[in-house]
Design a binder for this molecule. Structure first.
Ligand SMILES: NC(=O)c1ccc[n+]([C@@H]2O[C@H](COP(=O)([O-])OP(=O)(O)OC[C@H]3O[C@@H](n4cnc5c(N)ncnc54)[C@H](OP(=O)(O)O)[C@@H]3O)[C@@H](O)[C@H]2O)c1
Length: 214
């Protein structure tokens, strides 16, 4: 198992779940926030055994980064991190959600959030992953029928191999959907997950690709 120094950009539900899970799997994880001294963050970090730093610092010392911010904060967070992202794998776990009269994607069909993230940080090696399941299952996919499948998209095969290994460390199978433009497919797939959660009131579901190895 390859172990990495990982900078997680975002201190919310997804950032915390991935930081906790990857830390427990043996990776060295620093969670990056805008206000790393915040009391709730410090007490969570202490309990989780995870280091917290400013976004810029968390990414600077890392070998790879994970973007886990709200979509409308993603560009700002990446601006803070961008000097430390050049040449590094950047796993984009966000969904470009917009809240109007209902919850829907603000970007799609001919573009995707993943491609927008790549345009914001052209020097990074962006891989879309972790966006198609709820944060509660991300670090412990103990599903009744065995491991679920996460859907991945990216232009850099080496970066995708690293991203796949992190997902495997957490217990997930990964289906490679192809180039980063396939985020145009996986982001709407996340909406299928979200719609089911909203209709059923449950967040314990995940996708599994059957018929081929995950
Ligand atoms: N929740 C899920 O189950 C789930 C599953 C898959 C994917 N996603 C996607 O993952 C992302 C994170 O979701 P979440 O549930 O973790 O959200 P969250 O708990 O609301 O956390 C959002 C994070 O974004 C940061 N942020 C917001 N505005 C920012 C700005 N202007 N500049 C820098 N940072 C900013 C917040 O930082 P502060 O703490 O400093 O405010 C916080 O760390 C979203 O794009 C979501 O669509 C969520």
């Amino acid at each position: 198992m390859d172990l990495y120094r990982i900078g997680v950009i975002g201190t919310g539900n997804v950032g915390r779940a991935l930081a906790f899970g990857l830390g427990a799997a043996g990776h060295e994880v620093v969670v990056g926030g805008r206000d790393p001294g915040r009391a709730d963050l410090a007490s969570w970090a202490e309990g989780a055994g995870v280091e917290v730093a400013h976004v810029e610092k968390a990414v600077e010392g890392a070998e790879l980064a994970i973007l886990a911010t709200a979509w409308d904060g993603a560009e700002n967070a990446l601006r803070m991190a961008e000097d430390g992202l050049a040449g590094k794998v950047l796993i984009d776990a966000t969904n470009p959600l917009k809240f109007t009269t209902r919850l829907e994607l603000g970007v799609g069909h001919v573009d995707s959030g993943g491609e927008q993230v790549q345009r914001w940080v052209p020097e990074a090696r962006v891989v879309k992953l972790f966006n198609t399941v709820g944060f509660e299952l991300m670090d412990r996919p103990d599903l009744v029928d065995g491991p679920g499948t996460l859907f991945m998209a990216g232009d850099d095969d080496e970066a995708k191999a690293v991203a796949r290994s992190l997902a495997a460390d957490l217990g997930w199978g990964v289906h490679d959907c192809g180039e980063l433009r396939a985020a145009r497919l996986t982001e709407p797939l996340a909406m299928v997950w979200i719609e089911h959660a909203m209709r059923s009131g449950s967040r314990s579901h995940a996708f599994r690709l059957i018929g081929t190895p995950a």
